[in-house]
Design a protein around this ligand. Structure first.
Ligand code: SF4
Ligand code: MG
Length: 336
């Protein structure tokens, strides 16, 4: 499909006492029209910072763009004016956060909050905005939307609030929806409902989605493609099935092993990934996963791994693959 968003060599740092945290270190990826892409990684992997950078929601200082571009509909979002960026945020790219309570206004009814966005960005009249708001609440599966319109956020359950957030994000028919841990604060049943809703949305409206999550399990239903981040870098990317059936990076394998499976034998424990991510004030020279990797070799400490293509759609950044490729080439040469 047509590329709707292209992030190139994004680098974001934060000034802190004693140095600079290199939160995002050269991230490049793209999203196609109608595609759902997951960005998966532990907290501190740089996935949320990447999303906030796309939306230009990073406070500067302490934040700083070191390099990169975010091309959306032919323009670099990192260089347009704040006024233009506001139009993009309201109209073109919607964002859903983990905790709706921090993004909803507690002193305003749900209805007013959705209407406000419609009046401001879509320039609808009040009556049209009201009708559209009711429609949106129904669309995200909120029963009796007319009554809900008059309620305040605290009068709703967490799941309902998250749906309201989605309704607000969808109010302007965004071409791209960025959801940062949209279901983490919700219980399992509601999580499934919200994810199901996002899936229907994607199927029915051709909205592109970036889903940011620490939990590979939640991407199964929704996403087409997976990007795995570790220590501020992308370490592996592939289609969902490539990542699940044929993971190549030791970190991706670790994420999968730490995932509860439906066929999980009751007495077989989940295997956590031991250790902690590296200090991002002084990121390691070589592979960021080195200190936690059971397969680490000497080269891993010294040199950043190169990208290796596993297929047309899957690539990995790990010396195991590039070293293996080189060895195979030598063997092949002898045989020839
Ligand atoms: Fe492990 Fe080396 Fe691969 Fe890094 S590059 S994940 S340390 S084998
Ligand atoms: Mg986060």
């Amino acid at each position: 499909g047509k590329t709707i968003l292209e992030v190139r060599d994004l680098r974001v740092s934060f000034e802190v006492y004693g140095g600079e945290v290199e939160a995002v270190r050269g991230v490049s990826f793209h999203v196609c029209e109608g595609e759902a892409v997951a960005i998966v990684g532990e907290s501190g992997s740089g996935k949320s910072v990447t999303a906030q950078a796309i939306m230009r929601l990073i406070a500067m200082p302490p934040g700083k763009f070191k390099s990169g571009s975010v091309i959306f509909e032919g323009r670099d979002l990192l260089t347009i004016s704040e006024k233009e960026m506001q139009k993009v945020r309201g109209n073109k790219i919607g964002m859903i956060f983990q905790d709706p309570m921090t993004s909803l206004n507690p002193t305003m009814t749900i209805g007013m909050q959705i209407m406000e966005s419609l009046i401001k960005h879509q320039r609808l009249r009040k009556s049209a905005a009201k009708a559209r708001a009711i429609e949106l609440l129904a669309m995200v599966g909120i029963p009796d939307p007319e009554t809900r319109m008059k309620q305040y956020p605290h009068q709703m359950s967490g799941g309902m609030r998250q749906r309201v957030m989605i309704a607000i994000a969808l109010a302007c028919n965004p071409a791209l929806l960025i959801a940062d841990e949209p279901t983490t604060a919700l219980d399992v049943t509601i999580q499934a409902q919200v994810m199901q809703f996002m899936k229907e949305l994607q199927q029915n409206t051709n909205t592109s989605i970036i889903l940011i999550t620490h939990d590979l399990g939640v991407v199964v239903d929704l996403c087409d493609r997976v990007i795995v981040m570790y220590a501020g870098q992308i370490v592996e990317t592939g289609t969902k099935w490539e990542i699940f059936k044929n993971p190549q990076h030791p970190y991706t394998k670790g994420l999968l092993k730490s995932l509860p499976r439906l066929d999980q034998p009751k007495n077989e424990p989940l295997i956590p990934i031991y250790g902690t991510p590296p200090d991002m004030i002084q990121p390691p020279q070589g592979c960021g996963f080195c200190s936690r990797c059971e397969s680490a070799m000497r080269i891993c400490e010294r040199q950043d791994p190169e990208w290796t293509a596993i297929s047309e759609t899957q690539s990995v950044r790990c010396w195991l693959q590039s070293a293996g490729e080189k060895a195979a080439a030598v063997v092949g040469g002898k045989e020839a």
